[in-house]
Structures are given as structure tokens and as C-alpha cells.
Design a protein around this ligand. Structure first.
Ligand code: KIV
Length: 272
């Protein structure tokens, strides 16, 4: 049962900031298509992220790297058509913003114009500062993403917890403050120690949204298919499954197959 605030008619970046200001936790989830986005929105989630994790859960790729800008726009426009309340944030995919700031701006504008989304998310800190500033200068709200940034998985070589060592933790803190200073409206912190999340979240005025980052972030995000138990093999410690939709769907479909084979479906009432 959702306890979302019915007074919030349309979630904006300002709403997200107000939630942090008054100490109310922010809920965020991914969605990639019209039907699921409608369900997520109706359940009261404040931020729907059209994540480049679509590359994994929708397209079956091993990493987020292969998904293209055109594919992200397709997913984002499907989500936007369903959403009445949540803030829709879209990942700029790998290769669409790291080259130079002009390319970043072009990519962000395409997402905003062609999908109708409300904001974009970009992975990285100081290395992509110029691109973030350029996108922000066009009036496009930007959410940052630090810690285990999946677009850099081949640099990390592992999906293990990031920023356990002092130097990486300090860089993350510096990057977080830089993202706030240039004007990002929020920041995803992925797979970092809970104590570091606490330190960063308490020292920033903008909200942090954690995934595998402990309870101290200002909000939490999960991949929808993981939360629902549609993906079975992915079992990180941080994931709480709220349903076993894989089993529910498999049993329902197997039942349908049985009914077709037994000539039980369709029956007289289901025919014209
Ligand atoms: O792509 C994605 O789903 C994400 C979240 C896991 C934060 O970036």
C-alpha cells in the first residue's frame, strides 16, 4: 500500500528538493515502457528513471554500453506517455556525452525534445564537468551519478563496492560538491559504503538517491525488474525483492498453454 502524498500533483525538481528539506525520503524506480511506467506512477513513486539498464533488462546485453541514444529516446517517450505524476529522468547513454560538451548538449536536447522527459542523468564527476555545465546552460535539469557508474565497468573491471579507499572516497566527495555547485538538482550514489553516503548526503543541500549505498541517502532507487523478481539471477546484497513475478508469470503462462492443449481455451463465452 503506497503512502504517497496525494497533495503532490506533479513532481518537479523543486518537489524533490522540498522532500529533502523536510526530511521526507524520496522513492525512485526505473521503467522503460508504457505499461510498466503507468503502474509505477500510479503506485506513487516520485522519480521514474528511464535507466540505461534498459540495455540489460530490456535488451539482454551484459552491460549498459551498447544502448543507443535513439533506443533511449524510444524507451523514454513510451514512459512519458504513461506518466501523470512522477518526474521522468532519462540516462544519457554511453558515448552520447563524453566526447565533448557540444555533443552532450545535442544529445540532451534530443532526449528532451523527442521524448518529453523532464531531466537527464549523466555518469561521472570532474571529467565531464564541461558537458554537464553546457547541458544545464540550456535549461535542462541534470542529475549526477557517482560511485559504481556502470558505463565505466571496463575501467573498474568489477561490480564490487566503490570508494572504500580514502583517495577514491575523497574524489567522490569533491565530485559531489562540484555537481551541486554547477547546478545539478540531485545525485545518484551507487554501491558505496553507507558511511560515505551519510557524509555526502549530510554535507550536500541537493538530494542524494542511493542504490546499494545504505540507508543514509535522501532517497532510494532500484531497477524495477529486480524489485519485482522478474530477473532471477541478479542477487546483490542490497536488493530487496518485493514479489516473485517471474514465478507468477511462468505459472500463468504454463496454465494458458495447458488450457490451449486441453481445448479448454477459448470456451463458448470467449468466442463470437
Ligand atoms: O540505469 C539505471 O538503472 C541506473 C540506476 C541503477 C541508478 O542508473
Amino acid at each position: 500500500m503506497s503512502v504517497h502524498n496525494p497533495d503532490i500533483k506533479r513532481v518537479t525538481t523543486h518537489t524533490i528538493q522540498e522532500l529533502k528539506n523536510r526530511g521526507e525520503k524520496i522513492s525512485a524506480l526505473t521503467a522503460y515502457d508504457f505499461s510498466m511506467a503507468g503502474v509505477v506512477d500510479a503506485a506513487g513513486v516520485e522519480i521514474i528513471l528511464v535507466g540505461d539498464s534498459a540495455s540489460n533488462v530490456m535488451a539482454g546485453h551484459e552491460t549498459t554500453l551498447p544502448i543507443t541514444l535513439d533506443q533511449m529516446i524510444y524507451h523514454a517517450s513510451s514512459v512519458v506517455r504513461a506518466v501523470k505524476r512522477a518526474l521522468v529522468v532519462v540516462d544519457l547513454p554511453f558515448g552520447s556525452y563524453q566526447g565533448n560538451s557540444e555533443e552532450a548538449l545535442r544529445s540532451a536536447i534530443r532526449i528532451m525534445k523527442e521524448s518529453g522527459a523532464h531531466a537527464v542523468k549523466m555518469e561521472g564527476g570532474q571529467e565531464i564537468r564541461e558537458s554537464i555545465v553546457r547541458v544545464l546552460s540550456a535549461g535542462v535539469p541534470v542529475m549526477g551519478h557517482l560511485g559504481l557508474t556502470p558505463q565505466s565497468i571496463y575501467k573498474f573491471g568489477t561490480y564490487a563496492v566503490r570508494a572504500k579507499e580514502e583517495a577514491e572516497a575523497q574524489k567522490l566527495i569533491d565530485d559531489a560538491h562540484m555537481l551541486q555547485e554547477v547546478g545539478c538538482f540531485g545525485l545518484v550514489l551507487e554501491k558505496i559504503p553507507a558511511t560515505l553516503t551519510k557524509q555526502v548526503s549530510e554535507s550536500l543541500t541537493i538530494p542524494t538517491i542511493g542504490i546499494g549505498a545504505g540507508p543514509n541517502a535522501d532517497g532510494q532507487i532500484l531497477v524495477l525488474h529486480d524489485l519485482l523478481g522478474i530477473t532471477k539471477e541478479f542477487k546483490p546484497r542490497f536488493l530487496r525483492r518485493y514479489a516473485d513475478v517471474h514465478t507468477i508469470m511462468t505459472e500463468a503462462i504454463a496454465h494458458y498453454v495447458d488450457d490451449v492443449k486441453a481445448r479448454d481455451f477459448p470456451n463458448e463465452k470467449e468466442a463470437y
